[in-house]
Design a protein around this ligand. Structure first.
Ligand SMILES: C[S@@+](CC[C@H](N)C(=O)[O-])C[C@H]1O[C@@H](n2cnc3c(N)ncnc32)[C@H](O)[C@@H]1O
Length: 232
């Protein structure tokens, strides 16, 4: 695993907070309730089901969401997460269930060990809000690099009306950075917003309280974002 200029928040997740997150939450990972965003994503991409052959989840923990998506699309999948415990347990679970087309590995969003254009669908589920701000554009560039032109990018994350940061409940010196992450891709002109669904942590409905909002954004990576200007 190559991690360049790792800064503090990433370091904290690699050296234990990723494992802590996994230990705190693993008992809930199997709940149907946890699949709302993935169900919406499958529905939104149902017309493209046959095209989606390779899926990557960045910040996958033990890969339950990745497994769900890959089952729906009949795709192979890769997942990456700083937690070595989640990756180990996830790979054991996948191998027990005979899912030989899925593999998880330890790593972080800012430096992905995958080939250019390797995936048809790249998924960030509650991951970008934890990425160090000085690694955010590296994470965006890496997701863009490994996504095929003509592929889809999906992001589910906090979506408040005003961008803000707050201390992460579980660990000192870690912040949760809440903002509409899909906007960063759309602003480039290289991505088109196919669909956005807004809901909340407490239910499958739009929250009037902006601090409660989360959303799923589905983006299409334009194969060529430029029209050709004539030779006038
Ligand atoms: C809130 S959990 C979400 C896990 C899973 N995607 C889900 O939705 O159930 C955030 C995950 O991101 C991982 N993470 C934290 N920093 C990361 C980074 N810089 N790159 C990739 N993953 C990271 C954590 O280890 C953790 O598994």
């Amino acid at each position: 695993m190559k991690i360049t200029n790792r800064s503090s928040q990433t370091e904290i997740f690699v050296t234990g907070e990723g494992d802590n997150y996994y230990e705190r939450n693993k008992s809930a990972f199997g709940n149907e309730e946890q699949r709302h965003a993935e169900k919406l994503l499958c529905e939104a991409l149902s017309s493209f089901r046959a095209e989606i052959k390779g899926v990557l989840e960045i910040g996958c923990s033990s890969g339950m969401k990745l497994e769900y998506l890959c089952k729906y699309f009949g795709a192979s999948g890769k997942g990456i997460d700083p937690s070595s415990k989640a990756v180990r347990d996830g790979n054991e679970r996948l191998s027990r269930s005979g899912a030989t087309n899925l593999a998880l590995q330890v790593g972080t969003a800012d430096s992905l060990p995958y080939k250019d254009g390797e995936f048809d669908l790249v998924y960030f589920a509650f991951c970008l809000y934890l990425v160090d701000r000085d690694k955010l554009f590296a994470a965006i560039a890496e997701a863009d690099r490994v996504l095929k032109p003509g592929g889809f990018l999906a992001i589910v994350d906090f979506d408040p009306a005003q961008r803000h940061k707050r201390s992460y409940h579980h660990r000192e010196n870690v912040f949760s950075y809440k903002q509409p992450y899909a906007d960063l891709f759309v602003a480039s002109g290289h991505y088109y917003l196919v669909a956005k669904s807004s809901f909340s942590h407490s239910g499958h409905y739009f929250a009037k309280d902006s601090d409660e909002r989360v959303s799923l954004g589905l983006l299409y990576k334009e194969p060529d974002a430029y029209w050709v200007k004539g030779s006038e």
